[in-house]
Design a protein around this ligand. Structure first.
Ligand code: NAX
Length: 328
């Protein structure tokens, strides 16, 4: 029988974890023929709740679930892992400044980066969902000098999926008609969902929409502020959709992108499109044989340039802040 693929999930007792673990265990990440072993990391006070989640995983009797280990010690939980889905993060509390938030998350992602560096499998792929996702990924990457930088990524696939869904609804077409969506920059309100390179049924999306007013003043803010709209409606932040996007992201990284399409991933910039090298910024990427590459040669007009630059400037500020705190 096959050796199970080891998938670590941090923040496993949280909201996203409650959806994510069951999807992974059921084969949604690696397919129906690949056994998976879950490695679940939590903080000590959440371990009891996590034990309850593990009881429910047992009760599903998933044929693909080969084992579950839980713990509060990153070096033990990450030992030999092939995928690390870093979901657990410190949310912004009342009265917390952005610097406090970055510092609190540095206290999580610096040690987790070090632990991955020490004990993860040679082929480990790391996806950061916990916010501020791009900068948390930068912190983890900077603390894992022996892991190739291209194995670190942050999640903008939820934004990507939201953008596809909004565009499909506007044009009343199925989501399957939409290709080449791009989210640029930070997973934050400054992100730039780009319709100028997207396609609807093979035609340019911005031209098909033909409504710059809607594009600039409805589409972009709806996608960028969708997280807040979900909190407003549901009384809790998006969880099932975030889990689903985390699966999409990690699965694409393994399986590759479809011909004639790409996805959005926040990855280490090599300077493409004028994005400062070293920042973890969202780009259009294709994936082949488990390796992503940034789509090259897209024309960036003045409108898009301004939006990309604004989001990248925010990433540079976050980078400077965590550098100032000695976290990278
Ligand atoms: P929850 O607060 O429900 O769960 C987070 C869990 O992480 C908690 O159980 C907590 O005990 C655990 N945790 C905290 N510190 C930890 C550590 N050092 N090691 C291991 N576990 C730790 O949050 P949830 O709704 O699940 O969201 C998780 C993260 O995803 C948040 O940072 C959230 O902002 C972020 N999101 C990111 C999205 C994205 O698209 N990138 C969208 C959804 C979500 O907002």
């Amino acid at each position: 029988s096959q050796t199970p693929v080891k998938v670590a999930v941090t923040g496993a007792a949280g909201q996203i974890g409650y959806s994510l673990l069951f999807r992974i265990a059921s084969g949604a990440l690696l397919g129906p023929d690949t056994p998976v072993e879950l490695r679940l990391l939590e903080i000590t006070p959440a371990l009891k709740a996590l034990e309850g989640v593990v009881m429910e995983l047992d009760d599903c009797a998933f044929p693909t679930l080969a084992g579950v280990q839980i713990g509060d010690d990153a070096e033990k939980v990450f030992d030999g892992v092939n995928h690390a889905l870093l979901v657990g993060a410190r949310p912004r509390g009342p009265g917390m400044e952005r610097g406090d938030l970055l510092e609190a998350n540095g206290g999580i992602f610096a040690p987790q980066g070090k632990a991955l560096n020490k004990v993860a499998a040679d082929d480990v792929r790391i996806t950061v969902t916990g916010n501020p996702a791009n900068t948390n990924a930068l912190i983890a990457m900077s603390n894992a000098p022996d892991i190739p930088t291209e194995r670190f990524s942050a999640l903008t696939r939820l934004d990507h999926n939201r953008a596809i869904s909004q565009l499909a609804a506007k044009l009343q077409v199925p989501v399957t008609e939409i290709r080449k969506m791009t989210i640029w920059g930070n997973h934050s309100a400054t992100q730039y969902p780009d319709l100028f390179h997207a396609e609807v049924s093979g035609k340019n999306a911005a031209e098909t929409v033909n409504d710059q007013e809607w594009l600039a003043n409805t589409f972009i803010p709806t996608v960028a502020k969708r997280g807040a709209a979900i909190i407003e409606a549901r009384g809790a932040s998006s969880a099932a959709s975030a889990a689903s996007a985390t699966i999409d992201h990690a699965r694409t990284w393994v399986e590759g992108t479809a011909d004639g399409d790409w996805v959005s991933m926040a990855v280490r910039s090599d300077g493409s499109y004028g994005v400062e090298e070293g920042l973890i910024s969202s780009f259009p990427v294709t994936v082949k044989d488990g390796q992503w590459s940034i789509v090259q040669g897209l024309d960036i007009d003045e409108f898009s340039r301004g939006k990309i630059d604004a989001s990248v400037a925010e990433l540079a500020e976050e980078r400077d802040a965590v550098k100032g705190l000695g976290l990278i």
